[in-house]
Design a protein around this ligand. Structure first.
Ligand code: M6R
Length: 615
């Protein structure tokens, strides 16, 4: 999703370009840079880029391009603009299609104000109507900010920014340039993440704490803060323009796991990292002493019910969590999709623990759900993969999966680690209820063994074969019961997001209540069966499909006599309790290879973003 990077200091354009490249993993469809350079004018070199470039007499310039950042980089490299002030943006279209006109940075009519924006200005149509006589060149909600700054300018830059921000509804992180102050980036933030930093000769703004370059003084902006960023100094103000002090952020870590190494795609690399990722996650919480530091025993003791909330894959991990917490500890557990939960009439129960699952820790709906649960008076815990992400500042307690940076848009290793965390949590609840602390250690040992099994299970060839068989399908179904159904939801999401093949997950017993009418001779159906007590029922459902011509590929650890199925994938010996952690790796690899065979880029599927920071 959208990303912001900006530099005050030497080589601002080059560094800003590098900065927005680090944000690429979030997903985007266009990119742009604005910089201050008085000399940079329409020269003979420029005409072929006329549609990409806006040069204003005041020294501000904007270069924008649709598509990959490499296209923007090509223009910049050919023009080599010099500057000590630049802001850049990667845009993931929300209001208006991907196009040069809709790309950021946006500017006021005379170009005195230039703005990049993350988030959504919800009242932009209403605000537009107030700006009588002004023409708008884009379909975005963001252009309004640049126009309003110019329209409402009262001679005082900070006061104007404050006044404009107080009119904006929705969420925003804004980086703003004002042409007459070519040494400063102004930043305003409300409900969209933003960090700023400085050292002797540089000032930086970035939307993503894990992508900012290492800097001496780093600050995470709270909501309703304005920052005036210069090289070597930052001033902070609240929305009454009182100067405020912020504490320096000290938990700075640089993630170096962004190299592809021997792999052709990040997704493949990340699937191969699953065993190590599980081990690293587990080792941080493998004793009662360690886990209770992050989540005190008294919270566990007080909990009577659990509510798990997430989106997409994180929601699917939450379903696995429900199964574990209910099966192991008998605690009633509800699971909800964050964007649904927010608009429901939730009846809060006393002593409910709300657990939020988010790989990125930046998902707007999940963070809004945290705020709602806090307003209900619930205790809140996040399971996230990104240290110091926005969610960590909202919840009461945070548990970190240690999967390492996940670059591919489709989540894989983070899912396995989230599920591993639920195994540990279930053991924690059990340990507290029967007063046996060593259960955590036992569980952690089991999980490390499962990780080893995943590592030794060589499944590339079988997954490639299946991918080759299904790649030309128009539509595909996945069925299972209870935990196998939860698994099928994740398997189906993974396949559709990167292969673009329509796929639906169904509870196996529900198929005959309607959807089975879609099964014909060409339809592949993945049937998942990992739990002994479900054998007869799930097999019956798979046979029903096969009898209607469906090509059933059965993934199972059970001994099956029926040979009517198109294919049976025999899963290795492993306790059925842990089977979902292993089985999901087959489905992740099948999705990956299907995407590759179809000529897609599995790391950057169309229309998707890594962190979904708009609601
Ligand atoms: O960062 P989060 O875990 O909060 O993200 C939630 C979903 O957006 C994410 O899992 C999404 O469904 C992935 N593309 C799935 O691969």
């Amino acid at each position: 999703m959208c990303g912001i990077y900006g530099i005050v200091g030497d080589k601002a354009v080059e560094k800003t370009l590098q900065g927005i490249k680090k944000l690429e993993y979030r997903g985007y469809d266009s990119a742009g840079i604005s910089f201050f350079n008085y000399e940079f004018k329409l020269s003979t070199d420029i005409p072929k880029y006329l549609k990409n470039i806006s040069c204003f007499k005041n020294g501000l310039n904007i270069i924008r391009e649709e598509g990959d950042i490499s296209k923007l980089e090509k223009i910049i490299n050919s023009l080599k603009p010099k500057s000590k002030l630049a802001i850049g943006h990667t845009r993931w279209a929300t209001h208006g299609k991907p196009s040069i006109a809709n790309s950021h940075p946006h500017h006021s009519e005379n170009g005195d104000w230039v703005v990049v924006h993350n988030g959504i200005i919800e009242n932009y149509i209403e605000l537009k109507q107030e700006l009588k006589g002004l023409k708008f060149y884009s379909e975005t909600d963001s252009e309004i900010v640049a126009k309003m700054l110019s329209y409402n300018f009262d001679g005082d830059v900070l006061n104007t920014i404050k006044n404009v921000c107080s009119r904006l509804n929705g969420s925003y992180a804004l980086a703003i340039l004002y042409a007459k102050n070519p040494n400063k980036i102004y930043v305003a933030k409300s409900n969209s993440p933003c960090v700023v930093g400085y050292s002797k000769d540089i000032g930086i703004v970035c939307s993503d704490i894990s992508s900012i370059e290492k800097i001496e003084n780093l600050y995470v902006l709270p909501n309703q803060t304005i920052a005036e960023v210069s090289a070597g100094n930052i001033n902070f103000f609240d929305y009454n323009l009182n100067k405020i002090e912020l504490s320096k952020f000290s938990g700075f870590t640089i993630d170096s796991s962004e190299e592809l190494g021997k792999y052709s795609h990040f997704m493949l690399k990340e699937i191969n990292e699953i065993p190590t990722a599980i081990e690293k996650t587990v080792v941080d919480y493998n004793t009662i002493e360690k886990i209770r530091k992050s989540l005190p025993k008294k919270v566990i003791k007080n909990t009577k019910e659990i509510l798990i909330i997430g989106c997409g894959t994180a929601y699917h991990a939450g379903l696995m969590g429900k199964r574990l917490l209910e099966e192991v500890c008998g605690i009633k557990t509800d699971v909800d999709i964050a964007s649904e939960f927010r608009y429901k009439n939730y009846v809060p129960h006393k002593n409910t623990l709300a657990i939020f699952v988010s790989q990125s820790g930046e998902t707007a709906d999940t963070i809004k759900a945290v705020k709602l649960c806090k307003a209900y008076g619930l205790t809140t815990v996040a399971i996230t993969n990104v240290k110091n992400s926005s969610i960590c500042f909202e919840v009461d307690y945070c548990l970190y999966t240690n999967a390492g940076k996940e670059v591919a848009v489709a989540s894989t290793k983070a899912y396995n680690c989230q599920v591993a965390m639920f195994y540990l949590m279930a053991a924690y609840f059990k340990a507290v209820s029967i007063d046996q602390d060593n259960l955590i250690f036992e569980e952690a040992k089991q999980l490390v063994d499962v990780a080893k099994q995943i590592k030794s299970n060589k499944i590339n060839n079988i997954c490639m074969d299946i991918a080759r068989e299904i790649k030309d399908s128009k539509s595909l179904y996945m069925i299972g019961r209870t935990v196998d159904y939860y698994l099928s939801l994740e398997a189906s999401l993974k396949l559709k997001e990167i292969s673009y093949i329509h796929s639906e997950a169904y509870p196996a017993g529900e198929l005959k209540h309607g959807t089975i009418s879609l099964i014909d001779n060409d339809t592949f159906v993945f049937a998942f069966l990992t739990q002994k007590h479900l054998k007869d029922k799930t097999i019956n459902n798979a046979v029903e499909v096969a009898s209607r011509g469906g090509k059933v590929i059965l993934f199972t650890n059970q001994k099956i006599e029926n040979t009517n199925f198109y294919k049976i994938v025999n899963l290795p010996k492993l306790s059925e309790f842990y089977m979902p952690l292993l089985l999901v790796t087959y489905t992740q690899l099948i999705a990956y290879y299907t995407s590759v065979y179809l000529g897609n880029n599995p790391d950057k599927p169309r229309s998707l973003a890594k962190s979904v920071t708009v609601e």
